[in-house]
Design a binder for this molecule. Structure first.
Ligand SMILES: C[S@@+](CC[C@H](N)C(=O)[O-])C[C@H]1O[C@@H](n2cnc3c(N)ncnc32)[C@H](O)[C@@H]1O
Length: 189
C-alpha cells in the first residue's frame, strides 16, 4: 500500500515538473526551452556594450542566463517567461550571481509583456513567431530602441548590424545576432 502511495506521489511530482515544459507546445507558437550558448551571449554582450544599453527585456527568458549575464555588466534586465519553474530558477540564479536587484523575472506571455520602457529587447525565438513579434515590436518599442534577435532574423525588418561569432555551430550557424532599430529597420513602403 505504501509503495502505491509513494508511486503516486512520485508520479505527481514528475507530472508537476514536466507539464510546464510541455504546455508551450500547445500554444499558437511552439517555442521550446533551449538555453543560449556562450557564443550567443557574447554576441548580446557585444551589442549591448557597443550601444550603451541600460535596460534590456528578454522575451522568453528561459533559465535567465541572458538577463543575468547582462546584469553582471550593470544593465537592468527583465525576463518574461511562460514556464514558472524556469522563472523561479532564474530568480535563484540571479540571487546567486549577486544581481538579484538588476535581473528580475516574471511569469507571463511574451506577447503581453510591457516593453515600452526597454531600450533593448532580446529574442531567441523561432521563425514562425517573427510576423506577430514584428507587429508587437513596431507598435510598442521606442524608435531608437534595439531589437537583438539571436539564431534567426526578423522576417521583414532591415538589420542595422549583423554579428556572427567566429565559432560557428555545425549545420545552420545559430551563433548569429541581428540588431534592429525600429526607427531605421522598418520599411515605410
Ligand atoms: C529558446 S528559449 C530561450 C531562452 C533564453 N532567452 C535564452 O536564450 O537562454 C525560449 C523560452 O521561451 C519560453 N516561451 C515559449 N513561449 C512563450 C511565451 N508565449 N511567452 C513567454 N515565454 C515563452 C519557453 O518556455 C523557453 O524557455
Amino acid at each position: 500500500m505504501e509503495w502505491v502511495a509513494a508511486g503516486g506521489i512520485a508520479l505527481a511530482g514528475v507530472h508537476a515538473i514536466a507539464v510546464p515544459f510541455v504546455l508551450p507546445a500547445f500554444r499558437k507558437h511552439c517555442l521550446p526551452y533551449v538555453a543560449a550558448t556562450a557564443e550567443q551571449i557574447s554576441l548580446v554582450r557585444r551589442a549591448c556594450e557597443a550601444r550603451g544599453v541600460r535596460h534590456l527585456v528578454d522575451l522568453g527568458s528561459g533559465d535567465g542566463v541572458v538577463c543575468i549575464e547582462m546584469a553582471r555588466l550593470g544593465i537592468r534586465t527583465h525576463g518574461v517567461e511562460l514556464n514558472p519553474i524556469l522563472v523561479w530558477q532564474s530568480r535563484l540564479a540571479a540571487r546567486r550571481a549577486n544581481v538579484g536587484r538588476l535581473a528580475t523575472f516574471e511569469r507571463g506571455d511574451l506577447f503581453r509583456a510591457d516593453i515600452s520602457s526597454a531600450d533593448a529587447v532580446a529574442l531567441f525565438v523561432v521563425p514562425a513567431m517573427m510576423p506577430d513579434l514584428e507587429k508587437k515590436l513596431a507598435a510598442e518599442l521606442r524608435p531608437d530602441a534595439l531589437v537583438l534577435a539571436g539564431r534567426f532574423p526578423l522576417e521583414t525588418w532591415t538589420p542595422v548590424d549583423h554579428l556572427v561569432h567566429p565559432r560557428a555551430s555545425s549545420g545552420y550557424n545559430v551563433n548569429q545576432l541581428w540588431v534592429y532599430e525600429p526607427g531605421l529597420s522598418i520599411s515605410r513602403m
